[in-house]
Design a protein around this ligand. Structure first.
Ligand code: NAG
Ligand code: NAG
Ligand code: NAG
Ligand code: NAG
Ligand code: NAG
Ligand code: NAG
Ligand code: NAG
Ligand code: NAG
Ligand code: NAG
Ligand code: ZN
Length: 462
C-alpha cells in the first residue's frame, strides 16, 4: 500500500515536472482554434525612437501587452532581406533575398525592388503565409514584400499589388474586412513605408521632421486600435507591431569614393551602399588590392572571408567582393551624398535595430524584454497560428516568455522550487512510512522490492 502510494506520488510529481518544463511547441488543438495573427511593419522604425519621441498610442498598445525594446536583425540591414527573415526565420544567405539589388550569376537574372516579381528569387524559402495556406487556412496581405509574388506556387487571394499611394487606412480597412468576412484567414501582414522614407530624406537626427513623421506613425497605430475595436477584433486576435531595421545619419563629410581607388571599367557594381557587391571584370587581385586599401572606413572582404556572425557567405547571389561601409558612411562612385539617412550596415549596430510590440490573448500583459533575434519571431508566429515551422535559424525557447501560457522566469523558478520541495517531502514521508509500517503480507506485488529492502538490515534512512 505505502509503496504503491509512494510510487504513484513520484510518478505524479515527475509527470508534472515534465509538463511544466517542456510545454508544447506546436500547441495545436485539433481543429486549430488559434486566433488569427496580424503582423504589422512600420519600415525603418529605429528602436531608440521609442526613447526619444513620444508615442501615446503605441504605449497604450503595449502597456496591455508586450514590448521588446530591440530586435537584433539580419545582415544586410535592408528592407527586403529583413522582411523576408521575419516571415521565414532564416538569415539572408539561407532565404536568398540578400539585398535590394541582386544578380544571380547562374541564371544571369537581375533583381531590384522595382522588379521583384519573379518567384525565382523567393523560392529558396517558404514564408509563413505559404505554410498557413498549406495547412488549409488563408492568408491576407497589404504590401508586405513578397506577398504579391507567386512563391512556391501560391498566389494569395487576399492581397494588394504594390502601390505606395494606397493609404494606411485603406490597407488596414481591407485587411480587417477580409479577416471578418472570411473566418479561415489565420494570418495577415500589413506594411507601411514610414518612418523609413522620411528617415532617408531628412536623416534620423532631424528631430523636426522625425517628430512630425513619428507622430503620424503613432496616429496610424491609434487608427489601428480603433479599427480593430470597431470590427470586434481588438482583444480577440493577436497583433504584432514591428519593423525591419533602423536608420543611421549620413553626411557629405563621410563619403567613400570608389573612383579615387579603382578604374571604373575594371569591375561591375551590383549594389552600391552601404554594402557594395562587386564583380571584378579584369585583374581581380588588383581590384581587390586597390579596394582593400581604398578607405579606412570601409571593410573589404572576399566572399569566403565574410565574418561568420553576418551569416552572409553561403549563397551564389553573394558576389566575389563585398564592401561594408562603417556606420554613417556612404559609398559612391563619385559625386555627392545620395541621402541623409541610410541603413544596410552591420547588424550589430544598435542604430540598425528595430523594436517589437505585441498585444492579444496569447501575450502577457505589461511584459518587457530587452531584446531577441528577429529570426526568432518566425517560430513564435508559427506557434501562434498553429502551423508547423519549416527549418529555420530562430528559437522558440528565446521568445516563449512573451506568451501568457508559458511558465517563465520567476514564476517558472517558483513552480520548480515548489515541485522540488514536494518531491523531496513526499520521498521522505513515503520512505519513513514504509519503514515504520512494514507489513509484508499486504504488498505481495512488491515482494521483490521488499526482499531487496530486507537484505539490508538498517536501510536507507541511516
Ligand atoms: C502538442 O499538441 C499536439 C496537438 O494537440 C499533440 O498532437 C502533441 O502530441 C503535443 N505534444 C506534446 C509534446 O505534448
Ligand atoms: C542585368 O544587369 C546588367 C547590368 O545592368 C546588364 O548588363 C544585364 O544585361 C542584365 N541582365 C538581364 C538578364 O537583364
Ligand atoms: C525583371 O526581371 C526579369 C528576370 O528576373 C527580367 O526578365 C526582366 O527583363 C526584368 N524587367 C525589367 C523591366 O528590368
Ligand atoms: C500550381 O498550382 C496550380 C493551382 O493552384 C496547380 O494547378 C498546379 O499544378 C501547381 N503547379 C505546381 C508545379 O505545383
Ligand atoms: C479595398 O477595398 C475596396 C472596397 O472593397 C476596394 O474598392 C479597393 O479596391 C480595395 N483596395 C485595394 C488596393 O485592393
Ligand atoms: C530638417 O529638415 C528640414 C526640411 O528639409 C530643414 O528645413 C531643416 O533645416 C532640417 N533640420 C535640421 C536640424 O537638419
Ligand atoms: C473600444 O471601444 C470601446 C467603446 O467605444 C471603448 O470604451 C474602448 O476604450 C475602446 N478600446 C480601445 C483599445 O480603443
Ligand atoms: C590600382 O591602383 C593603382 C594605384 O593607384 C592604379 O594605378 C591602378 O590603375 C589601379 N588598378 C585598377 C584596376 O583600378
Ligand atoms: C539556418 O537554417 C537553415 C535551414 O535550416 C540551415 O540550412 C542553415 O545552416 C542555418 N544557418 C545557421 C547559421 O545555422
Ligand atoms: Zn526598410
Amino acid at each position: 500500500m505505502q509503496v504503491s502510494g509512494y510510487l504513484c506520488a513520484l510518478i505524479a510529481c515527475s509527470g508534472l515536472t515534465l509538463s511544466v518544463s517542456t510545454g508544447n511547441q506546436t500547441g495545436l488543438e485539433s481543429g486549430n482554434t488559434a486566433p488569427p495573427l496580424l503582423l504589422v511593419s512600420f519600415d525603418g522604425f529605429r528602436a531608440d525612437y521609442l526613447n526619444k519621441y513620444s508615442f501615446p498610442n503605441l504605449e497604450k498598445f503595449f502597456s496591455d501587452g508586450v514590448l521588446v525594446r530591440e530586435l537584433t536583425n539580419v545582415f544586410t540591414t535592408k528592407t527586403f532581406p529583413n522582411h523576408y527573415s521575419l516571415v521565414t526565420g532564416l538569415y539572408a544567405e539561407s532565404h536568398g533575398i540578400l539585398a535590394s539589388v541582386m544578380y544571380d550569376p547562374v541564371s544571369k537574372k537581375n533583381f531590384s525592388i522595382q522588379n521583384d516579381s519573379d518567384p525565382f528569387w523567393w523560392n529558396e524559402a517558404t514564408p509563413i503565409w505559404v505554410s498557413v495556406e498549406e495547412s488549409g487556412y488563408k492568408a491576407a496581405a497589404a504590401m508586405w514584400p513578397g506577398t504579391d509574388v507567386n512563391i512556391q506556387n501560391h498566389t494569395l487571394k487576399y492581397k494588394f499589388e504594390y502601390n505606395p499611394k494606397v493609404t494606411f487606412q485603406e490597407r488596414l480597412g481591407n485587411l480587417t474586412q477580409w479577416m471578418t468576412t472570411d473566418k479561415s484567414v489565420k494570418f495577415a501582414a500589413l506594411y507601411w513605408e514610414e518612418p523609413d522614407r522620411s528617415g532617408h530624406m531628412y536623416g534620423p537626427e532631424n528631430t523636426t521632421e522625425m517628430s512630425r513623421v513619428l507622430k503620424e506613425v503613432d496616429g496610424h497605430i491609434g487608427f489601428l486600435m480603433e479599427q480593430l475595436n470597431k470590427t470586434g477584433l481588438w482583444g480577440k486576435i493577436n497583433v504584432i507591431i514591428t519593423s525591419d531595421h533602423g536608420m543611421a545619419q549620413c553626411s557629405q563629410e563621410r563619403l567613400i569614393k570608389l573612383d579615387d581607388c579603382i578604374t571604373p571599367s575594371s569591375y561591375r557594381v551590383v549594389d552600391l551602399t552601404p554594402v557594395a557587391a562587386i564583380i571584378p571584370l579584369e585583374g581581380s587581385s588588383t581590384v581587390y588590392k586597390n579596394l582593400s586599401i581604398c578607405h579606412s572606413n570601409m571593410k573589404v572582404y572576399l566572399k569566403d572571408d565574410v565574418p561568420d556572425r553576418l551569416h552572409y557567405k553561403n549563397n551564389v547571389r553573394i558576389q566575389p567582393i563585398l564592401l561594408v561601409a562603417d556606420e554613417g558612411w556612404t559609398i559612391v562612385k563619385n559625386g555627392r551624398l545620395p541621402r541623409l539617412g541610410d541603413h544596410g550596415y552591420d547588424s550589430t549596430f544598435p542604430s540598425m535595430h528595430p523594436f517589437l510590440a505585441a498585444h492579444g490573448p496569447a501575450f502577457r500583459k505589461g511584459y518587457r524584454m530587452s531584446s531577441f533575434n528577429s529570426v526568432d519571431l518566425y517560430p513564435l508566429m508559427c506557434h501562434l497560428v498553429g502551423v508547423p515551422p519549416k527549418p529555420n535559424n530562430g528559437s522558440f525557447a528565446h521568445v516563449r516568455c512573451v506568451l501568457v501560457n508559458e511558465q517563465c522566469g520567476e514564476l517558472a523558478l517558483a513552480v520548480g522550487l515548489v515541485i522540488g520541495v514536494l518531491i523531496i517531502l513526499t520521498t521522505f514521508t513515503c520512505l519513513f512510512k514504509l519503514m515504520k509500517n512494514r507489513d509484508p503480507s499486504s504488498s505481495r506485488p512488491f515482494a521483490r522490492l521488499e526482499l531487496e529492502d530486507d537484505a539490508d538490515d538498517e536501510p536507507l534512512l541511516e
